[in-house]
Design a protein around this ligand. Structure first.
Ligand SMILES: [Zn+2]
Length: 126
């Protein structure tokens, strides 16, 4: 149901945009999708909806190629050393706050162990 609503919204948006470009909405409908056909200022009939779908598919295909390209690169690590340290510092900070609120001995031990592990990791990065 939600998809249908979204499609209707798209149709209205697309139609409004075409009219702004100076195109006319025709009484005819696209044989492929049933969307009203438009005529541009040069008199060319076209189906906006099919064109949008085509462009979207092309974009998706390009995105896939981009992902493939990135796979081949694999030179840049996801996190730089500095970012890693910052993340660890944030987590240590968070754990200390938790520790302050915690009164359950088992949990305190757990948090302390986690802090120790993070500090050790941090010292390795520095
Ligand atoms: Zn169409």
């Amino acid at each position: 149901m939600k998809d249908v609503e979204n499609n209707e919204m798209d149709v209205i948006k697309i139609a409004a945009r075409e009219m702004l470009k100076g195109s006319k909405m025709l009484g005819e409908h696209c044989k492929v999708c049933g969307f009203p056909l438009f005529e541009d200022t040069r008199g060319n009939k076209y189906c906006v909806y099919c064109e949008v779908v085509k462009k979207k598919e092309e974009k998706e295909r390009n995105n896939i190629t981009d992902i493939n390209k990135e796979d081949k690169k694999d030179t840049v690590p996801p996190y730089s050393k500095d970012t890693g340290i910052k993340i660890l510092e944030r987590k240590i900070d968070y754990l200390f706050k938790k520790l302050d609120e915690e009164y359950d001995i088992a949990r305190i031990m757990e948090i302390t162990d986690a802090i120790k592990a993070l500090l050790k990791l941090k010292s390795k990065l520095e």
